[in-house]
Design a binder for this molecule. Structure first.
Ligand code: ADP
Ligand code: MG
Length: 597
């Protein structure tokens, strides 16, 4: 047998010449490192938005991310002639020397994300640089598919960037095969967004999956508030603040949840080093060492730490996804982290092993049917709000509720005849009531219940001082065309020359306080000038939200009762028009179980 024959038998050992890979192959391999699955794309796009100074980041997902992922920001944007360069490999505005690697202040720096995405998906960039805002220049559009520019164009938008990624992995069938179901991919994306919302509490985040709002934060800068918004829990009393500044120049801020919040997975243990979420092994172990002996075996706390250290002490260039880091003074940091966790948990009183942490499942469950939790759960899923009628029983139950008290001037507590407890978010309840009232009054959409008592015509509430608004040019055109429709909604407006409009009236008797609504007319006008087919519904939702009573308003027993009755008469009393829950229900079984009666 000849040697050659042997070689040919085994494919791997046939001698072949050494060639440089064709660019397309090299691109695909490099892209594979950065873009492993849909969530990797979302991560890169959100980081780019944050690096661009965005205060508002919106993420839209369809088909588990494979069909569409879109990230819209209000950051500094890009100039038209930069779009193509942004999509080239190793093209970045964030560093330009090796030294820069050691004084990073941005999340990105490798200049490969957009290039990688363009190699494995259809990529559309729409961006307008903040500098062009005053010059009436439109935003620039670039569409790349299979690495080739398919379209260049112009569109209207405010400053900032919208990146749309379609058909991920359409040209990488092997990757596509490894994708889990949409539910799994969505789960990863929710988790990721939750981390950024906590890491960047000053930024407003909004995530919709298949057009359902899944996550929303208000971007006030308060980490504890962001946590409460994400987990829909009254967390204030369950969080212990940590604020440490060491003589070594480390600053550590954050929260450790008390024992009652302990979870059986590590998902809620989050460490940010210089604003970057990191996953490095030694640091994770440091945290774990702090709580191991203080929590039941296999339990992990809700923990959020922000650690700041001099940027030259951290090396981020360890892994393409940049979640691993090396620290110069790792041992000191480890001691700091372990000590911080331990000292909090040592003080935290032992609470009865109770509350399963309903947060993420609760938020998520509203949109994707899953197993119901025992006891505490959202009384009705948000899907109900799409349905014509409420789930049988909900309206009846609401009618039979006896209000007990108001909690934090925000939530009505009420007892049902069967002895179970309902919590009702007053703002959302009112929002739902107003929204349906508006639909009925102004759009002739009948709701399940006839509210015939207050037969109102399309009455409008004349403003003593008309409000002047200034719209962008592209908005002004649409807005003008819609003036008759707006009049039908009770919004009497007229053009005041150029791009200015006067609003003379608002819909009558929808909220408490006309002034509250007047303060939001500019935003509402922008919704009314949206280039979309369901602008009217968006506008009604906007009107309802901005005129509904706020949390923080005290309600007497009669007001509590009438709000509950009005809510009972709506078609979807369990979810506000945005899809967030209005009702929480603690069943009698829950009380029996937890009190061990
Ligand atoms: P990197 O973030 O590592 O620089 P990317 O491929 O993610 O690399 O982006 C390339 C460049 O495109 C960035 O350096 C930035 O200048 C620009 N860019 C990308 N996304 C945005 C955005 N959302 N807003 C403004 N500029 C952006
Ligand atoms: Mg980037």
């Amino acid at each position: 047998m000849s040697r050659l024959y042997n070689l040919e038998q085994n494919n791997m050992q046939v001698r072949k010449p050494i060639l440089t890979l064709p660019q397309e192959v090299a691109e695909r391999i490099a892209a594979g490192e950065v873009i492993e699955r849909p969530v990797s794309v979302v991560k890169e796009l959100v980081e780019n938005a944050l690096d661009a100074g965005a205060r508002d980041v919106r993420v839209e997902i369809r088909g588990g991310g494979l069909r569409l992922m879109r990230v819209t920001d209000d950051g500094m944007g890009m100039f038209a002639d930069e779009l193509e360069r942004a999509c080239a490999r190793h093209a970045t505005s964030k560093i330009n020397s090796v030294e820069d690697l050691y004084r990073l202040h941005t999340l990105g720096f490798r200049g490969e994300a957009l290039a990688s995405i363009a190699a494995v998906a259809e990529l559309t960039l729409l961006s307008r640089a903040i500098e062009t805002e005053s010059e009436e220049q439109p935003a620039a559009l670039l569409l790349i598919r299979g690495g080739e520019v398919i379209e260049r164009g112009k569109r209207a938008r405010l400053h900032g960037t919208t990146v749309t990624v379609r058909d991920l992995f359409y040209n990488v069938p092997a990757r596509l095969k490894f994708m889990r179901g949409a539910r799994t991919e969505n789960g990863h994306i929710v988790q990721l967004l939750r981390r950024y919302a906590i890491g960047y509490p000053g930024v407003r985040f909004n995530l919709t999956i298949e057009e359902y709002p899944v996550l929303q934060t208000s971007g006030t800068g308060d980490v504890a508030l962001a946590l409460a918004e994400l987990y829909h829990l009254p967390l204030a009393e369950m969080l212990n603040a940590v604020n440490i500044e060491t003589s070594e120049g480390f600053v550590l801020h954050g929260y450790v949840g008390n024992r009652a919040l302990a979870q059986s997975n590590r998902q809620h243990v989050m460490l940010f080093v210089n604003n970057r979420w990191v996953q490095s092994r030694p640091l994770q172990e440091a945290l774990e060492a702090g709580y191991r002996s203080l929590l039941p075996k296999g339990k992990h706390p809700l923990l959020v730490f922000h650690l700041q250290l001099p940027s030259e002490e951290i090396d981020v260039n360890v892994h393409p996804t940049k979640t691993e880091v090396r620290l110069q003074r790792e041992a000191e940091v480890v001691t700091l982290l372990t000590g911080a966790v331990r000292s909090v948990l040592e003080r935290s009183p032992a609470l009865p092993e109770s509350a399963q942490f309903p947060g993420p499942e609760l938020v998520y469950q509203r949109h994707l049917p899953g197993p119901r939790r025992r006891g505490l759960h959202v009384a009705e899923s948000a899907e109900g709000y799409k349905a014509e009628a409420a789930q049988p029983g909900t309206a009846e139950v609401l009618h039979s509720l006896r209000p007990l008290a108001q909690l934090q001037q925000a939530v009505i507590l009420a007892e049902a005849p069967d002895g179970s407890l309902y919590l009702i978010d007053q703002h959302r309840a009112h929002e739902r009531v107003i929204y349906e009232h508006l639909r009925k009054t102004y759009m002739g959409v009948e709701t399940r219940e006839q509210q015939t008592e207050e037969e109102e015509q399309n009455a409008a509430n004349l403003l003593l001082e008309p409000v002047m608004l200034e719209l962008k040019r592209h908005e002004a055109e649409l807005f003008e065309q819609r003036l008759p429709a707006l009049r039908g909604l009770g919004l009497e407006c007229e053009r005041f020359g150029g791009r200015s409009f006067l609003i003379r009236s608002v819909p009558v008797s929808i909220g408490e306080d006309t002034q509250q609504l007047v303060g939001h007319l500019q935003e509402l006008a922008q919704i009314a000038a949206e280039d979309s087919s369901d602008w009217e519904d968006h506008l009604l939702i906007g009107l309802a939200c901005r005129s509904a009573m706020r949390r923080g308003r005290e309600l007497g027993p009669d007001e509590q009762r009438s709000l509950i009755t009005a809510l009972a008469n709506t078609s979807a009393p369990a979810a506000c028009p945005h899809g967030s829950p209005i009702l929480l229900h603690y069943s009698r079984a829950f009380l029996i179980d937890r009190f061990d009666w």
